[in-house]
Design a binder for this molecule. Structure first.
Ligand code: ADP
Length: 653
């Protein structure tokens, strides 16, 4: 903005016209000057000089377009304009003059001044700084554009909003429709209780459901309670209040009675809405009539009960939580409890020691929805406890939710007693075996010694005759029998040691191949006597840490079995070492073992052969398995009936 300049002007009336004109020109804040007809600048007013800080001599006497006012790029245009004005045209245009701090805009004109003959004598250049106006215009333009943009944005938003609103309206309409359809189809009613006013809103479905004629329902909870079956009122009220208090879902099944006395069933669910301070304001919910389903369920339940009453066992049904709701007559007859009190009293009939287990089994089953069974003692009306087997299976509805547990309780006391007697007998037998083996061992040892002495004495006879020979043979036979008996007794002792966990092993390093050969040399006469060929191949250096005596016992068992069951056919024995195991296999070509007996023969007293065919106690493999397992090894059989057998023992090296 240009600073207004004040000049002291004399008020004397003696100014000439030209003098006055000079004053005007000098005082104008426009930039004004005079050019001659060739475009030479003759005069410029102070405003035009002050604007850029030029002096008169900087601009006077030179072509107007060459004055330092102008930047080079507009000199051409300017010259052209001056020439046009010189030719008599009034030229006016805007000049954009780039200066240091931005662009200056100048509204510029060249006005030709003619003499009396019409010749252009002078040209008056006039310029005014319109930068501020221009800026304002530009600003306005910018604002305009912004406004337009904002407007079109708003317009678009409005359109979008309208579209969204329309879509929401359609969606709402169709979802309302769907909801209506769903609720109508499902006969689902809505209720809404305002806790502050006590007004109970019921939609038409609920009103119809509860048998109210239009206008009859007075929108109070009393209307509702009045329709409820008296036996259910308190319970429903309690559930309702507790749901509000505890911020939980209200979920109740109840009966209600029409004015004609007919009984109906409904399930209602709901939830309270609270203020920010936690005050309950409203309870909203739905209700559905389930009379048909309930009647069908009851009919089913009745049929079930009829059936249950005809059963010899105790039969019961229970809620999904496992609480009994029905017991058949057998329960009351057996326990002496009274009908009607089953919910609380049934646990009294369970033996106190068995009750915790029963409860935990039942709860576990309930969580997983799986059938359960348990043996427990049940008190008879005379106070005696008898063992029973309780079984229960879940019954589901069409949504696969458990709605009932069905159970049966069978008296298994007799079996249980037999079982107990049996295990007692087995224990007694084992004890007896243990005692008997120990007792037999002592006389047998002395018998063995005596036989040995007899043989030696008989061998000392100077002239042996037939009788002496016979006696020697007879003593040898006796010794063999004693040997067999000793082995049997040893086996029995081992079994009782295994069963009582007293069988122990003593590790020492030895060569498995050597041990096999050693055992074979002991038993070789028996193979020879049976005419049975043995092909024995052992690798050398199968060294490991095992119980020497017990491993020899294992080898002996396998040799003896091959001899007993091998039908006198050739036997192949192999002992070798793999990376980390010693492997011993004994293969015979005898009677073989059918696959279903493969695992059984390793059990105590289990045999796959008829006693009359080949005698034995069925202990050898049992002991073998235990010894091998105690060493961390395995024993297995490969065999088919009639195809011979291969027993393989593997021991860690
Ligand atoms: P035992 O030979 O005293 O009956 P074992 O425990 O040694 O007791 O064997 C159990 C059963 O396994 C035998 O009764 C027999 O039926 C079967 N068995 C064992 N070895 C062989 C074999 N090499 N061939 C066929 N059957 C066999």
């Amino acid at each position: 903005m240009q600073k207004p300049r004040l000049r002291q002007i004399s008020s004397s009336p003696s100014f000439s016209r030209a003098g006055l004109a000079q004053i005007i020109v000098d005082e104008m804040y426009q930039w004004v000057g005079i050019l001659d007809a060739n475009g030479i600048n003759l005069e410029s007013n102070p405003a035009s000089l002050d604007a850029v800080g030029f002096k008169r001599e900087d601009v006077i006497g030179i072509y107007f377009w060459e004055t330092p006012w102008w930047p080079d790029d507009i000199r051409g245009t300017l010259k052209e304009a001056v020439l046009r004005a010189a030719a008599g045209e009034f030229v006016r245009f805007e000049i954009e003059n780039k200066v240091q701090n931005g662009t200056k805009y100048v509204d510029f004109s060249l006005k030709p001044v003619r003499d009396a003959s019409g010749q252009v004598k002078f040209i008056i250049p006039e310029g005014r700084d319109i930068t501020a106006r221009k800026r304002a215009e530009e600003e306005l333009q910018r604002k305009n554009i912004e406004l337009e943009n904002a407007y079109s944005l708003l317009k678009k938003q409005e359109q979008d909003l309208r579209a969204a609103h329309a879509a929401a309206k359609t969606a709402l309409a169709s979802s309302e429709e769907r909801l209506q359809l769903a609720t109508d189809t499902a006969q689902l009613g809505f209720w809404d209780l305002n806790l502050e006013t006590g007004r109970l809103y019921w939609d038409h479905t609920v009103q119809e459901m509860f048998g109210f004629d239009s206008g009859e329902f007075k929108e109070t909870m009393d209307d509702f309670y009045r329709r409820l079956h008296p036996a259910d009122r308190q319970e429903v009220q309690n559930q309702f209040e507790s749901a509000i208090r505890n911020h939980t879902h209200f979920n109740a099944e109840y009966r209600f009675i029409f004015s004609d006395g007919s009984l109906h069933y409904a399930v209602a669910k709901g939830r309270a809405i609270y203020s920010s301070s936690g005050k309950p304001l409203r309870v909203l919910g739905v209700v559905i009539e389930v009379t048909e389903r309930k009647v069908a369920e009851l009919a089913l339940e009745n049929r079930f009960r009829e059936l249950a009453e005809s059963m010899p066992q105790i039969v019961f049904t229970a809620t999904p939580d496992g609480e009994p709701i029905y017991f058949n007559q057998n329960w009351f007859a057996y326990t002496g409890l009274t009908p009607g009190a089953e919910r609380d009293s049934w646990t009294k009939a369970i033996h106190p020691e068995d009750l915790p287990k029963l409860m935990s089994t039942r709860n576990e089953a309930r969580i997983h929805g799986k059938p359960w069974e348990l043996e427990y003692r049940l008190r008879r009306t005379d106070g005696d406890y008898r063992w029973h087997l309780g079984r229960s299976v879940p019954g589901h509805d069409q949504n696969d939710e458990i709605i009932r547990w069905y159970g049966a309780i069978t008296d298994i006391d007799d079996q249980k007693q037999t079982q107990l007697a049996l295990s007692h007998a087995v224990r007694m037998r084992d004890e007896f075996l243990s005692i008997a083996s120990h007792e037999l061992k002592t006389p047998l040892t002395s018998l063995k010694l005596q036989a040995h002495m007899h043989r030696r004495k008989l061998r000392l006879v100077k002239q042996p005759d037939e009788n002496i020979d016979w006696a020697i043979k007879s003593v040898e036979t006796t010794e063999r029998q004693i040997e067999r008996l000793t082995r049997l007794i040893d086996d029995m002792l081992d079994v009782s040691r295994i069963d009582s966990g007293k069988l122990s092993i003593q590790l020492e390093e030895f060569d498995m191949g050597e041990a096999v050969k050693e055992v074979y040399s002991q038993i070789k006469p028996q193979f020879e006597a049976a005419g049975c060929e043995v092909d024995l191949i052992t690798e050398s250096g199968i060294k490991g840490c095992w119980d020497h005596f017990k491993i020899e016992q294992v080898v002996l068992n396998l040799f003896t079995n091959a001899l007993k069951y091998g039908a006198g056919k050739p036997i192949e024995v192999r002992a070798r070492a793999t990376n980390d195991r010693a492997v011993l296999s004994v293969r015979d070509h005898g009677m073989g073992i059918s696959p279903e007996n493969h695992s059984r023969i390793f059990e105590r007293f289990e045999r796959a052969t008829d006693m009359n065919e080949i005698s034995g106690l069925g202990l050898g493999l049992y002991i073998t398995k235990h010894i091998v397992q105690m060493h961390g090894g395995t024993v297995r059989v490969d065999s088919e009936l009639g195809q011979g057998s291969t027993f393989t023992v593997e021991l860690p090296l």
